[in-house]
Design a protein around this ligand. Structure first.
Ligand code: ATP
Length: 311
């Protein structure tokens, strides 16, 4: 189990990770989300002792990561792909890694097969596409069969097949009882694989919830209604405490559920054409939660093009 207690990092005067208290448990895929520069990578690096906390602490099974005899057998990571020597082949890289980490060499061929790199295993890494490099990063993270896998932006550069493969892999790892922590900007991917979502911004924890809790959040969920008389329907809904937003062909209704709306329509002789519950996507929820809390935001100029600008 990984435990963060008041974990804090400051660079110069800037607090980039701010008193995080979190526990990561086995058997769960956690999506670790936040806008650019929100402190995700720094937090991940502190877990594996690559960055030293300014105060607070992070422990792995009640010990510091660096105090394990074979730390890579405890946590496998894909955090800094640039750390790989691109003049090596995938096979050489995994062989050197397994020697350094005291892992049985036979695992190298297994990992090359599992990650789909067998055909290119003897080619230099510098000739690989981004997706192939990501696959090698995943191979490096998994080769020691660690209890915990931490991956920073693992979906980057992967094709559809690669993304599907990674989704299956995460589920399989969690089913095996492993702790999986994944950061990504691809919200739909996180929504598809994660059981738990953590959102940080400016180093602070903003949300920590299961996917079920996210789906139940009333924040953005509503019932979409189309009916033969929207004016009458709106009046009936409002009298019964609903919040109603008029859309082109229907109504967005909050504070009443589909059943209540159905009964109301019947009482008022209204014919319903469509009644559907609309759940917020993770992306919508993320935008809502992090609104005004990103260091880097895009503004539209008059031509509708995005300009990167500092807050
Ligand atoms: N070694 C460093 N020295 C100074 N500032 C740093 C250092 N590493 C990170 N930072 C700053 O800390 C903040 C958090 O960076 P971090 O890389 O953890 O964010 P992130 O959430 O992973 O971002 P992204 O989604 O863009 O990868 C940023 O403002 C970054 O500039």
């Amino acid at each position: 189990m990984i435990q963060l207690n008041n974990l804090t990092k400051k660079y110069d005067q800037k607090t980039v990770v701010d008193r995080l208290n979190l526990t990561f448990k086995p058997g769960v895929v956690t999506g670790f989300l936040g806008p650019n520069g929100s402190g995700k990578s720094t937090t991940m690096k502190m877990i594996i002792s690559l960055v030293h906390p300014t105060f607070g602490k992070v422990t792995v099974d009640n010990k510091y990561y660096h105090s394990f005899a074979e730390p890579t057998q405890k946590i496998g990571t894909l955090i800094d792909p640039s750390a790989i020597d691109v003049n090596l082949t995938a096979r050489q890289h995994l062989s050197f890694f397994s020697t350094a980490a005291n892992i049985d060499k036979s695992k190298v061929e297994d990992m090359l097969k599992i990650t789909g790199l067998e055909k290119v295993k003897n080619k230099k890494i510098k000739s690989y596409s981004l997706g192939m490099k990501q696959r090698l990063g995943v191979a490096t993270a998994l080769i020691s069969n660690p209890d915990t896998i931490i991956l920073d932006e693992p979906f980057n550069g992967l094709d559809v097949d690669g993304i599907k493969w990674l989704r299956r892999l995460f589920k399989q790892l969690a089913d095996e009882g492993k702790t999986v922590i994944v950061s990504s900007h691809l919200m739909s991917e996180i929504q598809a694989v994660a059981n738990r979502i953590i959102i940080i911004a400016q180093g602070k924890l903003l949300a920590d919830m299961t996917i079920e809790e996210m789906n139940q959040k009333s924040l953005n969920s509503y019932v979409y209604v189309e009916a033969n008389d929207l004016v009458k329907m709106t009046a009936a809904l409002k009298t019964n405490g609903a919040e109603v937003v008029q859309k082109k062909d229907g109504l967005e209704v909050r504070n009443l559920d589909s059943r209540e709306i159905g009964h109301l329509a019947r009482e008022h002789d209204i014919v319903i054409y469509q009644l559907k519950k609309v759940q917020p996507t993770l992306e919508e929820l993320f935008m809502e939660i992090t609104k005004g809390k990103a260091d880097y935001v895009s503004h539209k100029n008059e031509r509708g093009k995005n300009n990167e600008a500092l807050n």
